[in-house]
Ligand binder design. Structure first.
Ligand SMILES: Cc1cc2nc3c(=O)[nH]c(=O)nc-3n(C[C@H](O)[C@H](O)[C@H](O)COP(=O)(O)O)c2cc1C
Ligand code: SF4
Length: 495
């Protein structure tokens, strides 16, 4: 892992390794937008675990048009002291600190806030957006620049501008949502005018501080933006002086691509990011189910410069330290996206395999005074955490209907390759769980027993659990020949 762990420079900034905690909405802070102790403890654990760069946020730069929607806020000086304390703590733990600033969510903003966008497009729940006026757009640019200044004043080392996943800036970039004919819409340079204006304004507000742009390279939406266009946008950004493109794929409608779930291949966004780097020559950060081996090889080959290991660090904050020490195996993320589901439904981040994630201020694992063998009956994976300690001698026997289906069926499914890795990481799990091809012998019904299996072509959700909305993982735009319940959502580009 020498390449992943090697130091690098970005603008005037030195990072002690190439591992980045990418920005993640956690909803660990209160509704008032101040940094909470919970948020600070969550991020602090990842900084102490050895990530070279921790990107905090997103921070709402403006609340004049839409609410902050549960995000951290930096639209006023009164939020600075909380951020200053956080930055000092993260620096003290050895990490460099980035901050993502967002101009807003536009058509994706939750109910209770006026939907605005580049044009009069509809929101996912069918409301009509108001097209922003020219002076409002200019006001937003000024607010983002002021927010950047506030963040750098309290010690932030890198500014990341949100142009991703169908948020407001992405709505300007993409003809699907931008039907304007003025200076902010039309051909590509005019659709990119807002993003370029943000970059120019932020650079002027914080001279000398590296600026990155979080850019979706391929939205995978019908009528959405594809890689070729994103490469042209990246050229404009390079011309405007951006130091780093933080690449990702997907859209809010396709969250299982943004944070690739277990149906997606490992390193799902690597190829697109590498192509952008090769064609534009700008430093690139990639995040998207990248394994540490892929990350190391991609950096060695000069395909990317930095790698975001978001959920991997949620599952195990000590992953970088374990790699550096060449001791201990990191607890694997199973890519089931419980974390994402939680924050998307307005709850605080949680992790299916790491009960401490988001609960660092409340929980701690300590060695027991007198070692013994413990059997936890009826517990789910979170409750049975003690078996994560090799010395605890704990066994967990799960006996709920749901767990029985999971425990025995999952390893039998190749699509769930990441799941057995987690079961074997935990000592004390039943041997049959690890045996490839094992079958559930239970007569009790469970979700997976009814699954469409084998999947024809692509995976779809088990029958009876077919999701009703666009946010569900597993949608591929294909109808599985076994399952008659699926329909093809119109927003998915057939691939
Ligand atoms: C719970 C959660 C919240 C996220 N919130 C944001 C966000 O607010 N801004 C952003 O740029 N990316 C966000 N992301 C995307 C991550 O930064 C990252 O790109 C994604 O998880 C893929 O990387 P990974 O496979 O290493 O986790 C979020 C991801 C998750 C899982
Ligand atoms: S909740 Fe699931 S996807 Fe999210 S970090 Fe934990 S294991 Fe990974």
């Amino acid at each position: 892992m020498d390449h992943l762990l090697s130091p690098t420079r970005l603008g005037g900034l030195t990072l002690h390794n190439r591992i980045v905690l990418p920005p993640m909405t956690t909803r660990l802070s209160g509704p008032d937008g101040h940094v909470s102790q919970r948020e600070a403890a969550f991020l602090g654990a990842r900084a102490r675990g050895g990530a070279g760069l921790v990107v905090v946020g997103p921070f709402a730069a403006s609340t004049s048009l839409q609410g902050a929607d549960g995000l951290l806020r930096i639209d006023d000086d009164r939020f600075q002291p909380g951020v200053a304390g956080l930055v000092t703590a993260l620096h003290g733990a050895g990490a460099r600190v980035g901050a993502q600033v967002t101009a807003g969510q536009g058509r994706l903003a939750g109910p209770g806030t006026e939907p605005v966008s580049a044009s009069r497009v509809t929101t996912p729940d069918g409301r009509r957006c108001r097209a922003l006026r020219g002076e409002e757009i200019e006001g937003l640019v000024a607010e983002v620049a002021a927010a950047a200044r506030r963040l750098v004043d309290v010690g932030v080392d890198l500014l990341d501008i949100d142009a991703r996943a169908g948020g407001l800036v992405d709505q300007f970039l993409t003809p699907l949502w931008n039907e304007r004919t003025d200076a902010w819409g039309g051909d590509l340079p005019r659709r990119a005018a807002l993003l370029v204006a943000l970059v120019v304004a932020v650079r002027a507000a914080v001279p000398g501080t590296p600026v990155s742009v979080r850019l979706t390279l391929d939205q995978h939406l019908s009528g959405g933006r594809e890689l070729d266009t994103s490469i042209e946008i990246a050229r404009l950004l390079a011309g405007a002086g951006v130091d780093l493109v933080a690449a990702e794929e997907g859209a809010a409608e396709l969250p299982y691509l943004v944070a690739p779930d277990y149906h997606q291949p490992a390193g799902a966004h690597l190829a697109a990011a590498a192509r952008l780097r090769a064609e534009v020559g700008i430093p690139v950060l990639v995040a998207g189910a990248t394994t540490v081996q892929q990350a190391d090889e991609a950096i060695a080959a000069g395909r990317v410069d930095l790698v975001g290991l978001g959920r991997a660090l949620v599952a195990d904050p000590d992953l970088p330290a374990k790699l550096a020490a060449r001791r201990g195996r990191a607890r694997p993320c199973v890519r089931g996206n419980s974390c994402l589901d939680a924050v998307r439904s307005g709850r605080a981040l949680r992790c299916a395999v790491n009960p401490l994630a988001g609960a660092e201020t409340a929980l701690a694992v300590r060695p027991v005074a007198r070692p013994g063998h413990v059997v936890v009956v009826g517990a789910d994976r979170r409750a049975s955490r003690p078996r994560g300690s090799p010395r605890s001698g704990a066994t967990s026997w799960t006996c709920t209907r749901r767990s029985r289906g999971w425990a025995v069926c999952w390893p039998a499914r190749p699509a769930r390759a990441s799941v057995p890795s987690c079961w074997t990481w935990w000592p004390g799990t039943a041997a049959s769980w690890r045996r490839p091809g094992s079958r559930c012998t239970s007569s009790a019904p469970c979700g997976w027993a009814r699954a469409c299996w084998p999947p024809r072509g692509r995976w779809c959700w088990p029958r009876g659990r077919v999701p009703s909305g666009p946010t569900s993982p597993g949608w591929t735009g294909r109808r599985c020949s076994t399952c008659s319940t699926c329909t093809v959502p119109p927003w998915v580009r057939a691939s």
